[in-house]
Design a protein. Structure first.
Length: 106
């Protein structure tokens, strides 16, 4: 069984047992995340029947457990204007959560 979920403006195809990286959020003491914005759910064992939402599948959810928090690779932000003597360089590392998909329902 797999599903396509939406998180922070990105669509991610997930199956049970997959490890994915999502944007960081305030969890408090919780160690699980529930994704309610499920765009599609498919079960290949039932002849490949897929449930497609308009825009979301009603009653479907994906649960994941938080493994750790990490920083993505560094990107360079460069601003430059020719012939003006203006150059700026700045780096950025996005903070992400690594989660493992534990259950797909819907």
């Amino acid at each position: 069984m797999y599903a396509i979920i939406e998180d922070s403006g990105t669509q991610i195809k997930v199956a049970e047992g997959d490890e994915i990286a999502v944007d960081i959020r305030d969890l408090g003491k919780k160690k699980t995340i529930k994704f309610d914005r499920v765009l599609m759910v498919s079960d290949p064992e039932s002849d490949g029947d897929a449930t497609i939402g308009t825009p979301y599948v009603e009653g479907a959810s994906v649960e994941a457990e938080v493994l750790d928090e990490f920083k993505d690779k560094k990107i360079d932000v460069i601003k430059f204007k020719r012939r003006k003597g203006y150059k700026r360089k700045q780096g950025h590392r996005q903070r992400l959560l690594r989660v493992k998909i534990s259950k797909i329902s819907g």
